[in-house]
Ligand binder design. Structure first.
Ligand code: FES
Length: 102
């Protein structure tokens, strides 16, 4: 967990999450699973860092929840190509989500 800035006694990391991802250590990167939620730019660059570290695409999950409005497949606000994020997701495996970039 990281925040933009914190008080002196704050016990979390500060700064961009992408600065901290490369510092993470995993016993077996091939078995590690990541769930990425947040603003689009943060999710994009965080996912790139995870891939650089050796995460398998199929072990990364992306939330596209921000695009939802009605949440029941009626308004079309969430539609990317032929996918309704609210009905088909909103969490997608990266192997699919990488093609849902708007
Ligand atoms: S949020 Fe309205 S169709 Fe998906």
């Amino acid at each position: 967990m990281t925040v933009d800035c914190g008080e002196a006694d704050f016990e979390c990391h500060t700064g961009f999450v992408t600065d901290h991802i490369p510092k993470l250590q995993f016993a077996d990167i091939g078995q590690a699973v990541a769930i990425v939620v947040g603003p689009p730019a943060m999710m994009h660059f965080s996912t790139l860092e995870l891939l650089k570290m050796g995460f398998k695409e199929e072990n990364i999950w992306i939330s596209l929840e921000r695009k939802m409005c009605c949440g029941i497949g009626k308004c079309g606000h969430c539609k990317i190509n032929d996918v309704y994020v609210c009905v088909d997701g909103p969490v997608f495996n990266y192997t699919k989500a990488k093609n849902l970039i708007d």
